[in-house]
Every structure is written in C-alpha cells, then in structure tokens.
Ligand binder design. Sequence first.
Ligand code: ATP
Length: 265
Amino acid sequence: MAGKHIVIQDMEKVFKTRSGDIQALTKVNLDIEASSFVSIVGPSGCGKSTLMNLLAGLEAPTGGTILMDGEVVKGTETGNAVVFQKDVLLEWRTVIQNVILPLELKNITWFDRKDKKTNRDMAMELLQMVGLEGFENKYPFEMSGGMRQRVAICRGLIQSPTLLMMDEPFGALDALTREQMMYDLLKIYSTFKFTVVFITHSIEEAVFLSDRVIVMSPRPGSVLKDIKIDLDRPRGINSRKDQRFIQYVDEIRSVFQSQGVLSEV
Ligand SMILES: Nc1ncnc2c1ncn2[C@@H]1O[C@H](COP(=O)(O)OP(=O)(O)OP(=O)(O)O)[C@@H](O)[C@H]1O
C-alpha cells in the first residue's frame, strides 16, 4: 500500500483570540513524497501541532491549501491516523478493545475485509508486532507509559493508514523506552510504507528516523530549512555512530543557534 503525497502551498494559520490575532503559521510550503518519513522540528510554540492539526483536517487553514494525492483537504479523511503525546486510551476498555475501537466506530467488521480477518485477529497481529502479545486483556492502568503508547500506535495502525501523523509521540517516555520506540517505529514503517509526518523536539530522533527533516522558524512558523537525510536503511544503533548522522545533527543544531533558539551561557 502506498502512502499519501502531500503538497502544502502558501499555508497560513491565524487564530482569532480575545486579545488579538495570533499568526501561528505563515507561508508554509512543503512537498512530502508518498511513503516518505518526514520529521518536523522547531522551537516551542512555532506551530508544529497547528501544522499537524491542519494536515489531519482537525482545523482549517486561514490561507493557502493542502493537497493530499491531489485533492484539497476539507476535513478529516479516511486513511489518516494520528498519534499524540498523550495516548488518550479509554481506561474502561481492555487493550484489545482500545485497538479495535476505530473499526467499531466505523462499523467495520470481517465482512468488509477481503481477507475476512476479524477485527480481533487484526488487533492481535498488531499487538504481536509491537511486543504486546499476552497483554490484550489488560486495562491501560495496568501498563507502563511505553506499553500504552504502543497500544495507541496499534489503534492508529488498525485503520490501515496511508498517512501516519505523530505529534511528540515519545515525549513523555523515559530515554531508554523512547529509544526502543524509535526502533519499533522504523520496523513498523518498513512494513507498512505509509507516509509519516513526525513532530519532535529531539534533533537526534528526527535525524535517526527520517528521510527529510524540516526545521521550522520561531512563530510565526515557516520552513527555515529542509534537510535530506542520506543515511542507509535499515537503521539501527550503529547509525548514530555514522559520521553523516553526527553532521546532520550538528547542521540542525547550528540552524537553531543562528536563530537564537539555542545559546550557550
Ligand atoms: N486554538 C488556539 N487558539 C489560539 N492560539 C492558539 C491555538 N492553538 C495554538 N495557538 C497558538 O499558536 C502558536 C503555535 O502553537 P502550537 O501548539 O502549534 O505550537 P508547537 O510548535 O506545537 O508548540 P510546542 O512545541 O510547545 O508543543 C502558539 O503561540 C499557540 O499559543
């Protein structure tokens, strides 16, 4: 299954508030190739989450357009899955019931599927893939932060997305779990080959995962730098030792320094 091709043209977003207008994004132009992995990094408040909400059709731009496979985005679309920093699992449903939820909401059953797999079979396959086999009947409160986020990812994947959008998905996790989640995500990406738009504060995470890293300016956010990451796949622990990995991280850090976003005391 191929991923979505996204074209963002002169996109603007202004929020009207009681204390005046807030220009969150200005003149954002991006062409995201189908099935590529693109990360967006930028200082706090530069409009990353706003950009994702616009892509997901949860908000409308106040200027410009977003095209997905040539069609203007007018609202939420099938084929899009979103994973947030907070996993927003339903505490009263078991793990497997949480994963199946999007299919239930859309009334999708085995009958609608060519391979006639049940929703439960689909969920079990995904849970197995992320190492959660045996936990399907647990409740979210019985799981660690990393496990919960894996469940949230499975809940996204069960919709067979062609675009997976992730907003700081590992931001609340400890460093080791976060690193493991990156390896897991790359495995998932190589299996499904959908388009991924990944928002993060971590320069290393962005370089490690992506085909391209988009560096955004401070608010109003726009594309400051678009860096192609030329590192071989599959990537693993050793990729971080690659001289090019270190150079990309340095390059992005320098962009932030030049913007005054990072400075030494
Ligand atoms: N619904 C809203 N109403 C008014 N202003 C908003 C709204 N949503 C976001 N903003 C403002 O738009 C700007 C961009 O916010 P956004 O959350 O997209 O930034 P961000 O880059 O994701 O930040 P962070 O990295 O801290 O999560 C901020 O100044 C924020 O206060």
